[in-house]
Design a protein around this ligand. Structure first.
Ligand code: ADE
Ligand code: ZN
Length: 333
């Protein structure tokens, strides 16, 4: 059994494996401009975030019905469980669907169909995080939050993703204020491709409780000091960083330096169908390439549960944390 962990940075649309993409295309009569799964995999070579996003949004065309979203989430949860994930807080991008005529109700009810059965089927507890697309206007984010109101009982928080550079966090001040007033938790991608200033802005202007990626904080020692002092969790995604060229290669990933600095780091898979690995694959890759000790791996797993939005169920958090402490690397391999 792999090390128990929480996955806190996972875009459900980024778990669309080529096989499922083709199956859904056929089911929905959608034509994909690729001959087969192998031809599709061949275009999984990215030069930066935007080159990935172009394909990510294109393939979403196959997602049309509640059952499509349920099948997508159920396939992810099965894979996650096999990789030791005990709790998953799952991002979804409603605007990428509503802009194609798929209603937010279809998306949320479909995902909920799988999430509601996740504990019983896969032993994975879940939460849903609604993400705003930062390259869309702020008004569209506000409209999306409004459209989500009938489904808020299913949503734990809001996030911010898509093309970062040129779309600073402050653009979304109003919608984050509205989300906070509705009792939603707040996270945002910052410092993936964007500068360290975006990380500080996400904290100061949006009031985020976790930073997604946060990689570029290492360029600003005062910011690192602040993140350590305030115990702000960072949801790092090492294989994503390599594929999107946020780092030169895995051997140059700053994770060891970030842990040494005292940052509350977690390791996650971002868009695993596109980046070559799920949660445990990411952990094993950093272990093997960066030589992380068992105690460092245990720290990463512990951090993932500490950073999870489990405040409503501290008993569960304590149970998961106890599993991490009891994990025997010798026996489990
Ligand atoms: N890594 C990432 N960064 C920003 N937006 C995303 N949407 C899906 N994956 C993303
Ligand atoms: Zn992401």
């Amino acid at each position: 059994m792999p090390l128990p962990k929480a996955e806190l940075h996972l875009h459900i649309e980024g778990t669309l494996e080529p096989e499922l993409a083709f199956a859904l295309a056929e089911r929905n009569g959608v034509e994909l401009p690729y001959a087969d799964e192998d031809a599709l995999r061949e275009v999984y070579s990215f030069s930066d975030l935007q080159s990935f996003l172009d394909l990510y949004y294109e393939l979403m065309a196959v997602l049309r019905t509640e059952q499509d979203f349920a099948d997508l989430a159920d396939a992810y949860l099965a894979r996650a469980a096999a990789q030791g994930v005990r709790h998953a807080e799952i991002f979804f991008d409603p605007q990428a669907h509503t802009s194609r005529g798929v209603g937010i109700g279809t998306v949320v009810e479909g995902l909920a169909r799988a999430l509601d059965r996740s504990e019983e089927r896969h032993g994975v507890s879940t939460g849903l995080i609604l993400c705003f697309l930062r390259d869309e206007p702020a008004e569209s984010a506000l409209e999306t939050l409004e459209a989500a109101r009938p489904y808020l009982h299913r949503i734990v928080g809001v996030g911010l993703d898509s093309a970062e550079v040129g779309n600073p966090p402050a653009k979304f001040r109003a919608v984050y204020e509205a989300a906070a007033a509705l009792g939603l938790r707040r996270v945002a991608h910052a410092g993936e491709e964007g500068p360290p200033e975006y990380i500080a802005e996400a904290l100061d202007v949006l009031g985020v409780e976790r930073v997604d990626h946060g990689l570029r904080c290492m360029e600003d020692p005062a910011l690192v000091e602040r993140l350590v002092r305030e115990r702000v969790p960072l949801t790092l995604c090492p294989l994503s960083n390599v594929r999107l060229r946020a780092v030169e290669d895995l051997a140059h990933h700053p994770l060891p330096a970030m842990l040494d600095a005292g940052l509350l780091c977690t390791v996650n898979s971002d868009d695993p169908a596109y980046f070559g690995g799920y949660a445990e694959d990411n952990l094993r890759a950093v272990r093997d390439t960066l030589g992380l000790s068992r105690e460092r791996l245990r720290e990463l797993a512990r951090n993932s549960f500490l950073a999870a939005f489990l405040d409503h169920d501290e008993e569960r958090r304590a149970r998961y944390l106890a599993e991490v402490e009891a994990y025997d690397f010798e026996r489990e391999g």
